[in-house]
Design a protein around this ligand. Structure first.
Ligand code: 9D3
Length: 243
């Protein structure tokens, strides 16, 4: 599951540049017996299977051999939801062991003794923790200095990235009868910047208004909202309710 993800794009480049290093431990190699069983029926009965503690403990200890001071993170639906702040936090940590569960979950004694932190990636049900681990690796890696190449450092200033991105266009200037906004072809970078800020504000307002509750507004942003407020006010005045 991990190799395709690790072998392409920005993650691959971050590996090549030595910004990150990854290792994958297959729990099956830590399971005993001819059948290499890693799961068992839950004490107390019920549906589904639980991951046995011994192979998990052995696998986590192998990981700890590679990086003794690692933070162990269990990907689980019961974890706190992973967000951009958490991604930023994790960039400060040198070694992370990501534990990916299968089945209904892992034996609670592992959670108590070998897990430092629990993370979920959102309120939907996956089949296991691997995709969640890749989400964490992806979001953290792209924040590491040098990962994106060029100067994307604006990404780390936490203000700009709390809004949605502005609308984007590339060639051709006209596509299936739809033209690119003239202003973007004007070469007036001050105007273009203003347009982009306005686009970002209005898209956020329409598509993700919840994002505004997380941050305060700059003077420019207040001006943009007031302009639209006036525009909307005018429409209501002209077309407003019939008596
Ligand atoms: C019957 C209760 N289920 C919880 C909703 C059990 C269960 C479902 C799915 C237990 C584990 C899983 C597999 N999911 C993950 O391992 C997982 C996950 C997820 O399902 N959603 C969001 N984030 C994550 S991180 C790991």
């Amino acid at each position: 599951m991990f190799t395709g993800f690790l072998e392409h794009g920005i993650i691959r480049r971050a590996m090549d540049r030595g910004l990150i290093d990854t290792g994958i431990i297959n729990i099956r190699n830590h399971a005993a017996g001819r059948h290499r069983v890693t799961d068992d029926r839950p004490f107390g009965g019920g549906d589904g299977m639980v991951m046995k503690p011994e192979p998990l403990a052995s696998a986590i200890r192998e990981a700890a051999n590679h990086s003794p001071d690692a933070l162990t993170v269990h990907l689980t639906p019961q974890g706190r939801v992973f967000d951009q702040d958490t991604a930023r936090e994790l960039t400060e940590i040198d070694h992370i062991v990501l534990i990916c569960g299968r089945y209904e979950g892992i034996d609670e004694r592992i959670c108590e003794t070998l897990v430092d932190r629990e993370l979920s990636i959102g309120d939907y049900v996956l089949t296991g923790g691997e995709v969640a681990a890749m989400v964490v690796i992806d979001a953290v890696t792209r924040l590491l200095p040098g990962a994106l190449g060029g100067d994307h450092s604006s990404d780390t200033d936490s203000f700009a990235d709390q809004l949605l991105a502005h609308a984007q266009y590339t060639r051709p200037r006209e596509f299936e009868g739809k033209a690119v906004p003239d202003l973007l072809l004007s070469g007036n970078h001050k105007e273009i910047n203003r347009w982009r800020n306005e686009s970002a504000m209005i898209r956020t307002l329409l598509k993700r208004p919840d994002l505004f509750t997380e941050r305060s507004l700059t003077d420019e942003e207040i001006q943009i909202l007031k302009k639209w407020q006036m525009e909307i006010g005018r429409i209501i005045k002209i077309n407003g309710p019939n008596e």
